[in-house]
Design a protein around this ligand. Structure first.
Ligand code: BES
Ligand code: ZN
Length: 625
C-alpha cells in the first residue's frame, strides 16, 4: 500500500518535473505483469493491472443554463484483489463515491497540466462496482456549448463533445486510455425540445420527455465516448446509413452524403464486415474543431465539407474507415497514433478508388505527399516526425500532426507495392478480424506483419527499411512515388500562365477541386498581386464554395498580401472553427509583422466561437510574440 502510494506520487511528480520518474510506472508494471513496455499508457492514471473498467452506466443531465453536465457514472470493473481504483478526471467536481448505498473514501489528487487529476477510490478487494456522483466544470475542454446564435437555426442552443485524445475525462470519470475498452449504456436528460445522440444506438426522432436511453454493446475506449445535443433532425440515406443535422442543414447534408451507403459497401468489400450495426453522420455547427471524428455508429462532421457537389466526401470515407482502423483495432497508446490514422488514410484512399476511381485516389495521395513534405519541413525533421512517437510528459495533442496520417499512409502504401496488393489486402482482412476489439502497439503490429506477411515474401523486409520508417525522423528514400496525369496537366497550365497566357485562356475544363488545390499550391512564389487579381476574376477563388480551395487561396492571399481577399478571410475566420483551416491562417498572419495586428484583432473577435483545442493551438502563435 505504502509502496503503491509512493509510486503514484512518482508518477505525479514525473509530470511536474519533465518526467524522468514516469519510467517508474513502466518498470514496475514490467516486473509485476511482464507487460511489454510499449503498452503502458503514460497519459492515464488508471492502473489496469489492479482494477480495470469493464462497463459504464451513465445517468446524466445536460444543463444549458449552467453549462454543466451532472449525474452519476456507475463503473463496473474487474478487480484483481486491489483495495483502490484509479480513474481519470479533469476539472470534475466529485460529490460522492458510493459502493452500493455506502459512501466510500476517495482522494482527488493534485491536477497535472493537461492530464487532469487522478481519482483514487478506496474499495474492498472484492468490490467491482462504484458509483461516482459528479459535475463537470464550466470550462470542460471536451464540451463545446453553443448559444442559439452560434447554430445555423439560431433558435436553440447546442452541445457537442470531443473526447479524443484525453478529454473524455473532463466529462465522464473513467479510465481514459485507448488500451481499456468497455461497452456502455446511458440515460441522458436534456431540455424537452432538444434531441440527444451518442456514439451508440440512437433515436431518430425527438421525444416529449427529453429523456433518452443509449446502448453501445461493443467495447470501446473512452476517447470514443460522444454526445451531441441540439435541435436535430434525421434523414435516412440507405438501409444502414443516415444523416443528422439541424433542420436547416438537413437537406443539403443528405444530398451531399448521398453516396454514404455505397462507401460502406465498398469498405466492407475491401476489409470485411462492418461490426457496428448502423453508420450515421451528424453534421455539427461550424465551430466543430475537426473535419470529422469517428465516434462509433455516429461520425461527427464539420459542415465545411458541404460543397454542394459531393467533392469533399473523402473525409467521410476517412471517418468510415476508422470503423475498422481505430475503432475495431485501436492504437495501444497515443505514441502509436499512426496505427489509427496512417491505416485510416490508406483505407480512405482505397474506398475513394473503389467509389470514384483511380485518378481521384492518385490526386488525394499526391496532396497527402505535399502535406507530408510541408509538415516535415515545418517540424524541422524533428524526432516527432517518426511514426512511433514519444509523448511521455507531453500533451498527446502535440503528436497529432500529419506525420501519423501521411507518413503512415506512405509506409503502408510501400508495403502494398512491395508484396502486391492482393497479398496486402488478404493480410489486412486477417489483421482486422483477428485483432478486433483489441489495442495494438506499433511493436505488436510489426511482429504480426513479419509473421503473417513479410516472412512469406523473401527479401520484402530488407526492401522496406521498417526501422527507418518507424523509428527515424524524416522520410526514407524508398517512399513510393505517385504520378497523376491530371496534376501534370495543371502544371502545364501554370507554365503557360507564368509565360504570359491570359488566365481565361487556360484549359481548366472539368477540373476537380484537387486540381484547383494543386494549381494554387503550385503557383510560383513569384506570382504577382495583379496576376492574383486576374486569376480571381477568371476563376472566382475568393468566392468559391469549396472550402479546401478557398483555404489554399486565402493562404496564398496572406502570403502575398492580396488584400481583396481579406474581407472574405475575416468572414471565414469568424464563421468557421475547424482548426486545420483557421490555425495556419492565424499562424501565417502572426509570423508577418505587417499582418500580426490584423490577425490579433480577428482572433480576439472570433475566439469565443472556437473550441478549446483550436484556442489551445492558436494562443501559442500570438503569445510567443
Ligand atoms: N480522429 C481524427 C480526429 C482527431 C485526431 C481528434 C486526434 C483529436 C485528436 C479524425 O479521424 C481525423 O483524422 N480527422 C481529420 C480528417 C481527415 C480526413 C484527415 C480532420 O479532422 O481534419
Ligand atoms: Zn482520422
Amino acid at each position: 500500500m505504502v509502496r503503491h502510494f509512493t509510486f503514484i506520487i512518482f508518477v505525479v511528480l514525473g509530470f511536474l518535473q519533465g518526467c524522468a520518474p514516469v519510467e517508474e510506472k513502466t518498470e514496475e508494471m514490467d516486473k509485476e505483469e511482464e507487460k511489454p513496455v510499449e503498452k503502458v499508457d503514460q497519459h492515464s492514471f488508471a492502473i489496469p493491472e489492479e482494477a480495470v473498467m469493464t462497463f459504464l452506466d451513465l445517468y446524466i443531465e445536460v444543463d444549458f443554463s449552467e453549462k454543466v453536465i451532472k449525474g452519476t457514472a456507475k463503473i463496473t470493473f474487474e478487480n484483481h484483489s486491489s483495495n483502490r481504483l484509479f480513474l481519470d478526471t479533469k476539472g470534475l467536481f466529485i460529490e460522492s463515491v458510493k459502493v452500493g448505498d455506502r459512501e466510500v473514501k476517495f482522494t482527488l489528487h493534485e491536477e497535472i497540466p493537461f492530464m487532469g487529476s487522478a481519482l483514487e477510490i478506496e474499495i474492498d478487494t472484492f468490490t467491482n462496482v462504484v458509483e461516482v456522483n459528479y459535475k463537470t466544470s464550466a470550462d470542460a475542454p471536451a464540451l463545446q456549448w453553443l448559444s442559439a446564435a452560434q447554430t445555423s437555426g439560431k433558435r436553440h442552443p447546442f452541445l457537442f463533445t470531443q473526447s479524443q485524445a484525453i478529454l473524455a475525462r473532463s466529462w465522464v470519470p473513467c479510465q481514459d486510455s485507448p488500451g481499456i475498452r468497455f461497452p456502455y449504456s446511458a440515460t441522458v436528460t436534456v431540455p424537452k425540445n432538444l434531441m440527444a445522440l451518442m456514439s451508440a444506438e440512437n433515436p431518430q426522432e425527438k421525444n416529449d420527455s427529453g429523456i433518452y436511453h443509449f446502448k453501445m454493446s461493443k467495447p470501446i475506449p473512452a476517447y470514443l465516448l460522444a454526445l451531441a445535443v441540439g435541435d436535430i433532425d434525421f434523414k435516412s440515406l440507405g438501409s444502414r446509413t443516415g444523416v443528422y443535422a439541424e433542420p436547416s442543414m438537413l437537406k443539403k447534408s443528405a444530398d451531399e452524403f448521398e453516396d454514404l451507403e455505397k462507401m460502406l459497401t465498398a469498405a466492407e468489400k475491401l476489409y470485411g464486415p462492418y461490426k457496428w450495426g448502423r453508420y450515421d453522420l451528424i453534421v455539427l455547427p461550424p465551430s466543430f474543431p475537426f473535419g470529422g471524428m469517428e465516434n462509433p455508429r455516429l461520425t461527427f462532421a464539420t459542415p465545411t465539407i458541404i460543397a454542394g457537389d459531393k467533392s469533399l466526401t473523402s473525409l467521410v470515407a476517412h471517418e468510415l474507415a476508422h470503423s475498422w482502423s481505430g475503432n475495431l483495432v485501436t492504437n495501444a497508446t497515443w505514441d502509436d497514433f499512426w496505427l489509427n490514422e496512417g491505416f485510416t488514410v490508406y483505407f480512405e484512399n482505397r474506398i475513394m478508388e473503389e467509389v470514384y476511381g483511380k485518378e481521384i485516389a492518385k490526386m488525394l495521395s499526391l496532396i497527402s505527399y505535399q502535406d507530408l513534405q510541408a509538415e516535415m519541413e515545418g517540424m524541422n525533421y524533428s524526432e516527432d516526425t517518426r511514426l512511433k512517437l514519444n509523448l511521455k510528459g507531453r500533451d498527446p495533442d502535440d503528436g497529432m500532426t500529419s506525420i501519423a496520417y501521411d507518413k503512415g499512409y506512405y509506409f503502408l502504401k510501400l508495403i502494398e507495392e512491395t508484396v502486391g496488393r492482393e497479398n496486402w489486402d488478404a493480410f489486412l482482412n486477417q489483421y482486422f478480424s483477428e485483432k478486433e476489439f483489441q489495442a495494438i502497439s506499433t511493436e505488436d503490429f510489426l511482429a504480426y506483419l513479419k509473421e503473417n506477411l513479410l516472412d512469406k515474401h523473401p527479401g520484402a523486409e530488407e526492401k522496406l527499411k521498417i526501422n527507418k520508417w518507424v523509428y527515424s525522423a524524416g522520410l526514407p528514400e524508398n517512399c513510393p512515388v505517385i504520378q497523376s496525369d491530371k496534376f501534370e496537366k495543371v502544371e502545364m497550365e501554370i507554365v503557360k500562365f507564368m509565360d504570359g497566357e491570359k488566365a481565361r485562356n487556360l484549359n481548366t475544363n472539368k477540373w476537380t477541386y484537387q486540381q484547383w488545390v494543386h494549381f494554387i499550391r503550385k503557383l510560383s512564389d513569384s506570382v504577382s498581386i495583379s496576376q492574383m487579381s486576374e486569376l480571381d476574376l477568371a476563376f472566382h477563388f475568393t468566392n468559391t464554395g469549396n472550402n479546401e480551395v478557398l483555404f489554399e487561396w486565402l493562404m496564398l492571399a496572406v502570403k502575398k498580401e492580396y488584400k481583396p481577399a481579406y474581407p472574405k478571410m475575416e468572414y471565414f475566420l469568424k464563421s468557421v472553427g475547424r482548426r486545420k483551416f483557421i490555425a495556419p491562417l492565424y499562424k501565417a498572419m502572426a509570423e508577418n509583422p505587417a499582418q500580426i495586428n490584423l490577425g490579433k484583432r480577428i482572433y480576439k473577435q472570433a475566439k469565443s466561437n472556437y473550441h478549446f483545442v483550436a484556442v489551445n493551438t492558436i494562443d501559442t502563435y500570438f503569445s510567443e510574440q
